[in-house]
Write a protein that binds this ligand. Structure first.
Ligand SMILES: NC(=O)c1ccc[n+]([C@@H]2O[C@H](COP(=O)([O-])OP(=O)(O)OC[C@H]3O[C@@H](n4cnc5c(N)ncnc54)[C@H](O)[C@@H]3O)[C@@H](O)[C@H]2O)c1
Ligand SMILES: O=C(O)C(=O)C[C@@H](O)[C@H](O)[C@H](O)COP(=O)(O)O
Ligand SMILES: [Zn+2]
Length: 355
């Protein structure tokens, strides 16, 4: 097992990564402070892993709340229902929410925990690669609105992250590949040796070779933990973790959250951000080729799906949380290992790469 610490003073927490961690309940039980536990999961993951988790909850007063499968269920309405489940449980202020699932469950459960009695504990038990390498770490929680992705939310850090890699055995390959996009993103933003390593291990990663996979998860979590410790609430550096996301989120929303997985949107979005950076003289064509080649070797899409209107995508991008009134702020790229926040990008340049 590997442990990555997210260093946030009294709110610091461990990210445990390894096999058999669900069953190793002595480790994670001690992060629960009160008596009440609400497990939030979904209709696909609960039948697979809720029993294993429940064996570790003996002695607690607990119940579960399940949402439907997929991004379309990351809604405010489901947060309301989850809060009602906490009410039915009789959850007091020392209660704990456990998020058992992918990023959709994790974001929604974390936001629910941040709202109940103005904030209770929660533990992330990520069961997708994407959730293990990204969404379970760092405390960004929230839900979508019809107007756009993650428009409602809170920064609320978990008490622990329990990434049991055995749960990935049941994860479909398309979902697995989507998680790799968030791994590539970290390397592309600020870790040249990691990018080199990913190029060297792309085949082993696609085949889910266990030691390589564990190393990739731990390296990505370590990278993200460092960024979060330096800039928890995204006043500066943390915004770089959004490389590819302004484009990607617009594509996800335009596709009604069913056409593209989040990681696929991020892969395409990174390529669009790289092309825009080239157009603005910030990156070289060779850098974009290198990024595209790695994403393709990992089985990820690098081109926009057909049929999206550039104007509609641009209008969705205008509601991104990094923007200020009338000003697009995008994460652009200077090649492997270097990204920056750029304000005031001309919308005509954005339309040109979307066209
Ligand atoms: N908070 C953050 O910092 C952050 C970071 C990245 C992404 N996100 C969010 O995360 C979400 C995407 O997360 P995701 O990619 O995990 O999607 P997801 O939660 O929809 O899970 C993907 C699919 O895998 C299924 N699944 C989960 N675990 C499984 C398992 N072990 N075996 C079989 N099936 C399993 C799910 O039911 C779902 O169908 C998006 O909403 C995105 O915005 C948040
Ligand atoms: O942790 C962060 O910070 C990130 O930006 C990670 C992203 O991969 C993630 O998709 C996040 O949910 C995006 O947040 P948002 O603030 O752009 O909604
Ligand atoms: Zn993301």
């Amino acid at each position: 097992m590997k442990t990555v610490d997210v260093a946030l003073g009294e709110r610091s927490y461990p990210v445990w990564i390894g096999a058999g961690l669900l069953a190793d309940s002595a480790r994670w039980r001690e992060r629960i402070r009160g008596r009440h536990v609400l497990v939030i999961s979904n209709v696909t993951v609960a039948p697979l892993y809720l029993d294993a988790l429940a064996r570790g909850l003996e002695g607690f007063t607990w119940s579960s709340f399940l949402i439907g499968d997929g991004e379309a269920n990351k809604t405010f309405a489901n947060v309301g229902l989850a809060l009602e489940a906490l009410g039915k449980l009789g959850a007091t202020r020392d209660a704990c929410v456990i998020a058992l699932g992918g990023g959709v469950v994790g974001d929604l459960a974390g936001f629910t925990a941040s709202c109940w009695m103005r904030g209770i504990d929660f533990i992330q038990v990520p069961t997708t690669l994407l959730a293990m390498v990204d969404s379970s770490v760092g405390g960004k929680t929230g839900v979508n609105l019809p107007a756009g992705k993650n428009l409602v939310g809170a920064f609320h850090q978990p008490r622990a992250v329990v990434a049991d890699i055995d749960t990935l055995d049941t994860l479909p390959q398309r979902e697995y590949r989507a998680g790799l996009a968030e791994v590539v993103k970290a390397a592309a933003i600020g870790d040249v040796p990691f990018f080199d390593w990913l190029e060297a291990h792309a085949d082993a990663l696609s085949l889910r070779e266990s030691a390589t996979l564990t190393e990739a998860i731990a390296r990505k979590c370590l990278y993200k933990a460092g960024v979060v410790a330096r800039d928890e609430t995204e006043q500066g550096e943390r915004a770089l973790l959004n490389l590819g996301h302004t484009f990607g989120h617009a594509l996800e929303t335009a596709g009604n959250y069913t056409e593209l997985l989040h990681g696929e949107g991020v892969a395409i979005g990174m390529v669009l951000a790289a092309r825009l950076s080239e157009r603005l003289g910030m990156a070289r064509e060779g850098d974009t080729h290198r990024l595209v080649a790695l994403l393709e070797r990992l089985g990820l899409p690098t081109a926009m799906p057909e049929g999206h209107s550039p104007e509609r995508l641009l209008s969705l991008m205008r509601l991104d949380k990094k923007n200020t009134a009338g000003t697009l702020r995008l994460i652009l790229w200077r090649g492997v290992g270097a990204a920056e926040i750029v304000a005031g990008v001309d919308e005509r340049d954005v339309l040109a790469v979307l066209g």
